[in-house]
Design a protein around this ligand. Structure first.
Ligand code: ADP
Ligand code: NG1
Length: 485
């Protein structure tokens, strides 16, 4: 899997599609020529394993049918010209500089411009090429992944831009290589994300979710129950991760928790950043044992900056410089215990979920009866496997809401409406808005969607029934990035 190159399909193989026609028309209108290639990178929904990729733990996403499409054509001059089929995203052009000089600045409110995500992908690609680039690029972008909604529109955009640029430069990295490169590239936007979104964008396979492990990056297909469907429903609240410090705050709280657990258990006081999974490996402990260590060494509900400095035996300046990001330096209080507990317990839920799928649905069908779970987490004896999977998703949501504090009142309402129909669900993606993912038995899917439309979108959000149908959809696992040439 690791050395596999990205699929290239003859451009004649593109299904005739309104969006492709739109890209071609807009490309011609803007640049007076046709695109030479089109790249397609999917969004994703994460089934379980939230806010743990940047702590080094495996996650379980699948690629969506919704995607970012980019039509591209190399040009002789070292310039980049961007156009979007959606006119709310303004045109943008720039000289292509060395990666050190390619500056990515947010607007005056701190929110990134849309084209900054394209620049992230291109900056990463130029860095990968050691500034040895030939010519430039014209690009026209079209996306149908709901933005700022936890379905990875930003990573699909960064990844599609990076792939387009490398392809135009005639450079063809493997899927794992480009996935890791794009994860690194997206951090130029200012958030310290993990690598889940970029990994599934390139490593996804049709009809299965992927169990993604990091360091080294690998993806293993996971068969899902045939008699259930994963339904995504939008909360109608958008949250741009890079516009606030909510996301980075959680990342650094996890970093600090990891370092404190390490030094409290005998590690030397150095300045190396480690994640919660590395601490577990170094201490050679089980996840259960890590939870006991959190209870023992991170027993307070909140830690001040001074307390953290004392525990790590560092000055405030060192804390700021080594561990904090520009948008978290001013924080004075850190919730280390809650974040670490969420991460270790969520990592256990991912393992339970994967094992249940492996033991029960390995041929894509549900072998009724056993749940196959050997973990305490979500192990409910004689329950049907699907209901054990559902319980794990419900527990994940509770933990994200209470320990990680990244839910939203609309997300909680969607989860509650689902619960009343015996459908388990959870927030998916970064949270603070965005979407839920629900595990819904096939035979009630239509009824479930109708109930959400009625109780959430029409009655609670006061939107029209037809409009509401655009916000809730059943998913089918799709494939990873493709280049049409
Ligand atoms: P997500 O959870 O979808 O990844 P982010 O908050 O990280 O959300 O990023 C969302 C941002 O990505 C949007 O605000 C916009 O700037 C950019 N974006 C997403 N889709 C598109 C698109 N089709 N065209 C242009 N920019 C897009
Ligand atoms: P989304 O849902 O795309 O905002 C973010 C991170 C992921 C992961 C999830 C939470 C980026 C690009 N994406 O995803 O790595 O940490 O939140 O599980 O930072």
């Amino acid at each position: 899997m690791s050395d596999v190159k990205i699929d290239e399909v003859p451009i004649t193989g593109i299904p005739s599609d309104k969006r492709i026609t739109q890209i071609k028309n807009d490309f011609f209108e803007e640049f007076g020529t046709m695109p030479q290639f089109i790249v397609k990178v999917p969004g994703r929904v994460n089934i379980i394993g939230e806010h743990i990729d940047y702590c080094g733990y495996p996650v379980l996403p699948l690629a969506l049918e919704q995607d970012i499409l980019i039509g591209g054509k190399p040009i002789d001059v070292q310039e980049l010209h961007l156009r979007n089929t959606n006119k709310k995203y303004i045109k943008y052009s720039t000289k292509l500089l060395s990666f050190e000089d390619l500056d990515i600045k947010a607007d005056e409110t701190g929110k990134p411009y849309w084209y900054n995500y394209v620049l992230c992908g291109i900056k990463g690609a130029i860095e990968y090429l050691n500034n040895e680039i030939v010519g430039g690029l014209q690009l026209c972008i079209d996306g149908n992944i709901p933005p700022a909604s936890g379905l990875s529109s930003s990573s699909a955009l960064v990844s599609a831009a990076c792939l387009s640029f490398l392809y135009a430069q005639k450079v063809y990295p493997s899927k794992t290589e480009i996935a890791s490169l794009c994860a690194k590239s997206e951090r130029y936007i200012g958030t310290q994300g993990g690598g889940m979104d970029q990994a599934i964008a390139f490593l996804a396979e049709k009809y299965s979710a992927q169990y993604i492990t990091f360091d080294p990056l690998q993806a293993k297909p996971v068969s899902l129950p045939e008699n259930a469907v994963f339904v995504v429903a939008h909360s109608l609240a958008e949250a741009n991760k890079a516009a606030t410090n909510d996301f980075n705050r959680r990342v650094i709280e996890c970093r600090l928790a990891a370092k404190i657990l390490a030094v409290s258990n005998g590690a030397s006081l150095d300045q190396k950043i480690i994640n919660l999974s590395q601490v577990q490996k170094n201490l050679n402990k089980s996840l259960d044992e890590m939870i006991s260590l959190v209870d023992e060494f991170l027993c307070k509900n909140s830690y001040t900056k001074n307390e953290v400095c004392d525990m790590l035996n560092i000055t405030e300046k060192e804390l700021n410089d080594i561990y904090l990001t520009p948008n978290t330096k001013h924080l004075s209080e850190f919730k280390l215990r809650q974040r670490a507990l969420h991460v270790y317990k969520e990592a256990m839920r991912v393992e339970s979920f994967r094992k249940i799928c492996e033991d029960n649905f390995s041929n894509g069908s549900c072998k009724n009866g056993t749940n196959g779970s050997s973990h305490t987490n979500g192990n409910s004896g004689s329950l049907e496997p699907i209901s054990v999977l559902g319980t794990l998703m419900t527990e994940s949501h509770e933990s994200l809401k209470k320990l990680y504090e990244c839910s939203h009142v609309n997300l909680d309402r969607l989860v509650d409406i689902s619960k009343a129909m015996n459908v388990h669900s959870r927030l998916t993606g970064a949270g603070w808005g965005g979407c839920i993912v629900a595990l819904c038995p096939k035979e009630i899917v239509d009824n479930y969607i109708e109930t959400l439309v009625d109780k959430f979108y029409v009655q609670y959000c006061n939107i029209d029934k037809n409009e509401a149908l655009a916000y809730v959809f059943a998913t089918t696992p799709s494939h990873g990035a493709v280049i049409y040439k």
